[in-house]
Write a new protein. Structure first.
Length: 379
């Protein structure tokens, strides 16, 4: 197939989960033999048109340049679609996007909407309240119109798409690059460079430090355990870089994504301490595909996280990881002490985690699922 993939608000390559997702999907579909044209946001340091990894990258902009005006890229996307002559168009959903779906509609092409964030308003949504004040709810009507124009949708959680569109929605989770993230990347030299003491269990958090990511819970657990010499805490992401001052460990700041496989593999335990109460959208359900968990697992780390579906399907208790009570730093600390004291348990959980993510949660598996939907709607 010839596929046009529209993700105009994402910069590729990049450090965010969104940019990683777009890169892996585009080159993953290309690796399966498809001709992929990917439309992403313009980056001044990169060419506007470039071919790499089997993908033709179209980097575009619009005016004004803010994401809120992404829909104004319609004319540009339509020109690209006309020239590329795709069999199918796939768009990465954004509230103020829709240019891919609308271009497909103009050209009589089937469209797939890739939904990673809610199309529906969550209870108490400020956006929904403001939309309601406009009487005709233009934002909701626009989003729902996009869903009606698509032949199919994919989403990690069907509850975040309008009810009328759920029959044509396929559940598809994210994954990990299991070739890049692997236990074989583990290195004593990297551990020493990160400051991990000999014999210590290195506990890792990686993420963008958003409030609901639970960094505050992770740090509270680390402070609770600061007297233990068998534990060392690493934080990747956030603005700070340097030794921690209130617990044993180090803040690594923002790292180039290319370094992450060796950093993750250098750890012994991965923690995803989500605090879902701090993100009101999660009242709809935990729709966020946990990239960090997939990468921990691919690197052979046991994961400690909260018992919230679908995390309980990805990481199974006592099989690939352990759960702690959400928001409870003392309970998290107890799980980390258990893993620090039991190397055999860490190895068993980590080995099982690697096997599970390779089988079910790789980007290759994700692209295989996407391919099936794309082929069906393009037929």
């Amino acid at each position: 197939m010839r596929i046009l993939y529209v993700a105009s608000d994402q910069r590729v390559p990049g450090r965010t989960g969104g940019s990683v997702h777009v890169l892996e999907v585009a080159r993953g579909l290309a690796a399966r033999g498809h001709e992929v044209h990917a439309v992403v946001h313009r980056a001044p340091e990169l060419p506007a048109l470039e071919s790499s990894d089997g993908v033709v990258w179209h980097r575009i902009g619009w005016w004004p340049p803010q994401r809120l005006f992404r829909f104004r890229a319609l004319a540009t996307v339509t020109r690209i679609a006309t020239a590329a002559r795709p069999d199918v168009v796939m768009e990465r959903y954004y509230n103020f996007g829709g240019e891919g779906v609308r271009a497909a509609s103009r050209l009589g092409l089937p469209a797939l909407l890739e939904v990673n964030s809610p199309v529906v308003d969550h209870p108490g949504s400020l956006k929904g309240l403001l939309d309601g004040l406009l009487l005709l709810r233009p934002l909701r009507r626009y989003r729902e119109a996009l869903c009606r124009k698509t032949a199919a949708l994919v989403s990690p959680l069907p509850q975040i798409v309008p009810e009328f569109a759920r029959d044509k929605t396929t559940t598809v989770t994210w994954g990990a690059n299991v070739t890049a993230f692997t236990p074989e990347r583990r290195s004593d030299a990297t551990r020493h460079a990160l400051g991990v003491p000999d014999g210590a269990t290195a506990v890792l958090f990686s993420g963008s430090f958003r409030p609901w990511h639970g960094v505050h819970v992770f740090e509270a657990a680390a402070r609770h355990l600061r007297a233990r010499e068998d534990l060392y805490f690493l934080l990747v992401g956030g603005p700070e870089d340097g030794p921690a001052t209130r617990f044993r460990g180090r803040r690594l700041g923002m790292l180039p994504y290319e370094r992450m496989p060796e950093v993750v593999a250098a750890a012994d335990v991965g923690v995803a301490p989500y605090d879902t109460k701090r993100l009101s959208q999660l009242r709809l359900g935990f729709y966020w595909s946990p990239l960090k968990i997939f990468e921990y697992m691919a690197s052979g780390l046991p994961t400690v996280t909260v018992p919230v579906p679908p995390l309980t399907d990805i990481v199974r208790a006592e099989a690939e990881g352990l759960f702690f009570r959400e928001g409870d730093a003392v309970d998290l600390a107890a799980r980390l002490v258990r893993l620090a004291q039991d190397g055999a348990l860490r190895r068993r959980l980590g080995s099982a985690a690697r096997a599970r993510v390779v089988e079910r949660y790789s980007w290759a598996r994700h692209c295989e699922q996407l391919e099936a939907v794309l082929q069906r709607i393009a037929a």
